[in-house]
Ligand binder design. Structure first.
Ligand code: NAI
Length: 699
């Protein structure tokens, strides 16, 4: 049962009942239509209230039905809305908490709407690369006016019910009641008050105009064009609302429907829908059920106040959790705290943070030079130098002072978490929490699960991640974890491309055109080319057979470490981040190429993009097969939230699915035949080869 029916005297109440948010799945839709039929057949019923049980009126389409036949099976949402509109007795929507997407469209099909304050009202379809598909673009402008409705439809952002109810001339809500607690009583009373009204009001009958229509829609298009770059949906939201002002209602509905269906078929919408599900799925760990007990995290300690430590601490301060930072020397502490202050002050200056909030956050921060002060901490995150000896020292000390049950985390980006755990007598309490730089900004958190990490530790850190608004993905222990292990292969390809004939800016431009926020060379300059250099030096020892371009080493030998020294692959003007190509660097690349006896060739953008992206894909397939990642969609989440992979492509594996895995493997085999590339690497990962043989995808 997904909707209930109850008589309250002469008013029937149909309650949507499909937890958690009353998604409009098939059973719920049937429940509404059946309830309407029953109410109309009962002479004692004079009016109907449509309400949502539990935490929402309705969050819209049921994501469990996404892409399944059930999603469109009759009664589909349009048919339900039609049944509501044509009901012979007045239907009053009682809207509390959440009315989004199809949920709001459902309410707009009712004759009247009563709401309580605090309800989030939205048409968020644009966030899935769609326009509303059940009349939202045609009905919302009729009740809110064109501009207010278009703002909501193009942004997808929720607006509070009390704000909307207070808007002059609005017809969305007939009544705003005092509180959610009295909503049902008030809705019943309202229903009785309109029981005799005929003809019943319908939103579709309201006029829809804009006094300066053409000019306004032109303005709206100009505004949206820039921000909608890779997505067709925002502009089509405008087209559909314009249609509401120019066409008859039925024609406007047909127009909306056609565009909705077309958008459903676009790769951009598929990518966004994939990521919507992937992001939610990332927090689920197969063998850690959602009812796994969690440890209480009231206070946090951070060891090391450097680049990462300060940013990590800010996350917890922002969430209202007290933090103690430990350093070896007072100067280091002072420097770290000054950086935190500087970051917050910048936020205050540009209006992102209120001054009193800033002080509240700083008040949660204490500093220490003594491990004794970490005795009470529930979660301790180490962010000291990336050297196993230093980590050992820190973890042995933590083991000695931390209270039993405290979670001991390392922010290491390359070291073996199992080895770190073994420095303690409590490996079950040790976990990797790999933040990305800048740690107070980047959304991704790789949670590195050691062989002995306890399940309740995993459950706890996943919950903590949510609290500090990170998107957490679980990774097994391996060199580089999910993200950096893949990026190393991408970086190697970037190096080969230089050796074969490209310039850094040619490579960067090609992949930026594909949609990456930043190409590999601009990225290297930002992160510091010395980091990659250090990793390669290690590789030359522990993986002597692995092939690398030496160009980046030559660059580092010249001290061109990147933005921090004003020069790297590019030049940088003081205080500016614009990358300016440098002729000497290009000369250096050309000479090195010559010394290797390579005749440069012209490499087109398609090859550049494929070699970079398919390198990610092949390594990802290995990572999946080894069980380092739990599922393909986790890898996409890592790349979207941590590496600036283009959102409209849905992550490397979603993109590979879109290209077709057969084609991906064909390309890999082509690259393997290039004598200047790494043939061994381009052997398709066994998992990838199997998927192609079976005609399957990563999904
Ligand atoms: P950093 O050099 O900026 O900061 C390290 C801090 O730790 C310094 O302030 C140092 O005084 C302090 N420290 C060193 N030994 C200590 C000890 N025994 N006790 C207390 N404090 C000590 O380094 P960064 O970049 O913040 O890196 C820290 C960790 O985070 C490393 O494991 C690194 O691999 C990892 N990481 C770094 C990222 C980055 O982009 N910088 C990204 C992700 C992880």
């Amino acid at each position: 049962m997904a909707a209930t029916y109850q008589a309250h005297g002469d008013v029937a109440v149909i309650s949507l009942d499909n937890p958690p948010v009353n998604g409009l799945g098939l059973a719920t839709r049937r429940g509404i239509v059946d309830g309407l039929a029953r109410a109309q057949a009962d002479a004692a019923v004079k009016a109907i209230v449509l309400a949502g049980a539990g935490k929402a009126f309705s969050g819209g389409a049921d994501i469990k039905e996404f892409g399944t036949p059930k999603a469109v099976q009759e009664p589909n949402l349009l048919s339900v809305i039609s049944a509501l509109e044509h009901c012979t007795k007045p239907v009053v929507a009682a809207v509390h908490s959440v009315a989004m997407g199809g949920g709001l469209e459902l309410a707009l099909g009712c004759h009247y709407r009563v709401t309580a304050p605090g309800a989030k009202i939205a048409l968020p379809e644009v966030k899935l690369g769609l326009i509303p598909g059940a009349g939202g673009t045609q009905r919302l402008p009729r009740v809110l006016g064109v501009e207010a409705a278009l703002n909501m439809i193009v942004s997808g952002e929720p607006v509070k019910s009390e704000m909307l109810a207070a808007a002059p001339g609005q017809k969305l809500f007939d009544k705003l009641v005092a509180s959610p607690e009295v909503l049902m009583d008030e809705a019943l009373a309202f229903a009785r008050s309109v029981a005799g009204v005929r003809p019943l009001p319908m939103v579709r009958k309201l006029p829809c105009q804009h006094p300066q229509g053409d000019a306004y829609f032109q303005f709206a298009r100009n505004m949206v064009k820039g921000m909608a770059r890779n997505f067709p949906a925002p502009l089509q939201c405008i087209d559909a609302v314009e249609a509401a002002t120019k066409k008859k209602f039925a024609d406007g509905m047909a127009y909306e429907r056609q565009h909705f269906i077309n958008l459903m078929m676009t790769s951009e919408s598929r990518a966004l829908r994939h990521l919507f599900v992937a992001e939610r799925a990332a927090s689920k760990i197969p063998d850690v059920p959602s009812d796994t007990p969690q440890r209480t995290i009231r206070t946090v300690a951070v060891i090391g106040a450097g680049t990462m430590g300060g940013g990590i601490a800010m996350n917890f301060l922002n969430a209202g959790i007290p933090v103690t930072i430990l350093e070896m020397k007072q100067e280091a502490l002072d420097r770290g705290i000054a950086t935190i202050r500087k970051n917050y002050e910048a936020q205050v200056k540009n209006g992102k943070l209120k001054a009193d909030k800033y002080e509240q956050r700083m008040a949660l921060l204490t500093t220490t030079l003594s491990y004794d002060d970490l005795k009470e901490a529930d979660l301790i995150i180490e962010a000291v130098f990336e050297e196993i000896g230093v980590k050992e020292q820190v973890f042995r000390q933590l083991d000695a002072v931390a209270r039993p049950g405290a979670i001991l985390a390392s922010n290491t980006s390359t070291l073996d978490v199992n080895r770190i755990a073994a420095f303690t007598q409590r490996p079950q309490d040790v976990v990797g929490l790999h933040f990305f730089s800048p740690a107070n900004v980047m959304k991704l958190l790789e949670v590195v699960r050691g062989d002995k990490t306890a399940k309740d530790v995993m459950a706890t850190v996943m919950a903590v991640a949510r609290k500090i608004r990170k998107v957490a993905v679980v990774s097994g222990v391996c060199d580089g974890f999910i993200g950096n292990r893949m990026i190393e292969q991408y970086g190697r390809q970037a190096g080969f491309l230089l050796d074969e004939g490209c310039t850094p800016s040619q490579v960067d431009k090609a992949i930026e055109k594909f949609g990456f926020a930043m190409g590999p060379f601009r990225m290297g300059d930002l992160a510091g080319n010395d980091i990659g250099w250090a990793i390669r030096k290690r590789r030359y020892v522990d993986k002597p057979d692995m092939k690398y371009s030496r160009t980046a080493d030559l660059l580092c030998e010249q001290g061109r470490f990147g933005q921090k020294v004003g020069k790297g692959w590019y030049d940088y003007r003081p205080g500016k981040r614009d990358a300016i190509p440098n002729a000497e660097v290009e000369q250096m690349i050309a000479e090195h190429r010559k010394s290797l006896g390579i005749t440069p060739r012209k490499i087109d953008d398609e090859e550049i993009v494929q070699r970079l992206v398919f390198a990610l894909v092949n390594e990802a397939a290995r990572i999946l097969e080894e069980g380092i990642a739990n599922k393909a969609s986790d890898i996409d989440v890592v790349y979207i939230f941590g590496y600036g992979f283009p959102v409209h492509r849905g992550g490397p594996l979603n993109y590979a699915n879109e290209v077709g895995l057969f084609n991906v493997v064909q390309a890999m085999q082509r690259f393997a035949r290039n004598p200047l590339d790494d043939a061994a690497f381009w052997q398709p990962a066994p998992l990838l080869a199997r998927l192609v043989a079976d005609g399957k995808t990563f999904a």
